[in-house]
Design a protein around this ligand. Structure first.
Ligand SMILES: [Mg+2]
Length: 412
């Protein structure tokens, strides 16, 4: 059991990581100091703001807003494309650094971790939190918020109190003063829907929830009601979860329009495989099973898989096999959603060259490495396959999904 828990949250992570990375590359500009956003492709109407700088915030630009809207609010806005390779590396580097302080590290999302300590006094905990915060700034060039408490829920709530570049505590005797006056929707796990329900019952603050009728919450919100009631009272008994081993990697995409022709479907599959195969290589894994999932316009779903006679992490190899699977099983009905995934994973270092593997694939693997490194340096869309040149399809589909990270699951 850990007696001190800290929640570490990178402030405006995508923006900060991009800025720190650009600094490493020797670029003069600092995207944190001008109105800037990290956002998808601006030509595509669906591009949205993923993160914004503080100067951009002054123009009332919000995360999740369309880039078009953001551009209307600030005509000089600098739009920087996302670079997931950099984010994943930065996240990993931070995790490894936190590991030098304690072996108890739980990844909560790409830019948030919990860390635990078993033999620290509260004062020592607070001192150490400041030290970690400042050393991250010095070592990596970006700021974090650290919340300090005795369980994950309170540490997370403390970390959110005031940003950026701050350490805050929220120990049990501080709950009434620090947590209870906050609007109820600021409590972890209270979403918009729950907020409306709670408001209807006269529950507006976290304090209102903490003193609410437990039976009412239990009756109308079930296990979720019991959980947020416990959270409002600062109770969270969840323990630290080790990172689960990666079992499969995949990406899927709901399409902008129903796809009826094979060429377009192939291009979308390639686009999905680009991200999936890259994530596989980044995780230093290879796969033996490839899968395709097809949902038609009437929501009929099929998933088919194939076992390869060798392990691979090669984009072209995975693509070819998934494309063949698709061709074999697609019945021609208009497609609403396509998904690809790979499974039966094995660490790269155990890989053996197989006599089944096409010799060309070895060259393709070298090509993958070169493409990965160019994308890391110049952005995800700096190099795209020719097939995407004149199409309305993103050359790389699927981001880095959050669902790989286990959350706090304590249900009382
Ligand atoms: Mg953050």
């Amino acid at each position: 059991m850990s007696n001190i828990v800290m929640h570490i949250d990178v402030n405006s992570a995508f923006l900060a990581w991009t800025a720190a990375y650009e600094e490493q590359l020797g670029r003069e500009r600092d995207i944190r100091e001008v109105p800037a956003v990290i956002g998808g492709n601006e030509e595509n109407r669906h591009g949205i703001v993923l993160a914004r700088s503080i100067p951009a915030k002054k123009y009332k630009i919000q995360t999740g807003m369309s880039l078009m809207e953001a551009r209307q609010l600030c005509p000089n806005l600098l739009v920087v494309p996302p670079n997931y390779q950099v984010y994943v590396r930065a996240s990993k580097a931070l995790r490894e650094y936190l590991n030098t302080y304690t072996p108890i590290v739980e990844v909560f999302s790409i830019d948030e971790c919990f860390i635990g300590f078993t033999d620290l006094s509260r004062d020592e905990g607070v001192k150490l939190a400041h030290k970690i915060k400042d050393s991250i700034k010095e070592k990596f060039g970006y700021t974090v918020n650290i919340g300090v408490s005795t369980n994950k829920l309170l540490a997370k709530m403390a970390g959110d109190l005031e940003k950026p570049d701050k350490c805050h505590t929220c120990f049990s005797e501080e709950i009434e003063e620090k947590l209870w006056p906050l609007p109820v929707e600021e409590l972890f796990m209270v979403g918009r829907k729950t907020k409306h329900k709670l408001n209807r019952w006269g529950i507006y603050t976290i304090g209102d929830l903490a003193r609410a009728d437990y039976r009412l919450l239990h009756r109308f919100l079930g296990a979720h009601g019991r959980m947020i009631y416990a959270y409002a009272n600062g109770i969270d008994s969840s323990t630290f979860q080790p990172a689960p081993p990666m079992k499969s990697v995949g990406n899927s995409s709901t399409l902008k329009y129903d796809v009826t022709d094979r060429d377009t479907a192939h291009a979308i599959i390639l686009s999905l495989v680009e991200m999936t195969a890259w994530r596989l290589r980044e995780g230093e894994m290879m796969c033996k099973v490839v899968r395709v999932g097809i949902k038609d316009k009437d929501f009929n779903y099929i998933s088919r898989q194939k076992k390869l006679p060798y392990f691979t992490d090669c984009t072209k190899d995975i693509y070819k096999n998934i494309r063949d699977l698709f061709d074999k099983h697609w019945d021609g009905r208009p497609i609403r959603q396509l998904g690809v995934s790979v499974a039966d994973l094995e660490r790269t270092q155990f890989k053996q060259l197989s006599m089944f593997q096409d010799r060309n694939m070895l060259n393709n693997e070298k090509l993958d490495k070169v493409i990965d490194s160019i994308r890391e340096k110049y952005g995800d869309t700096s190099i795209i396959r020719g097939v995407f040149a004149n199409r309305d399809i993103s050359p790389i589909l699927g981001g880095y999904p959050d669902d790989e990270y286990p959350g706090m699951t304590s249900i009382l």
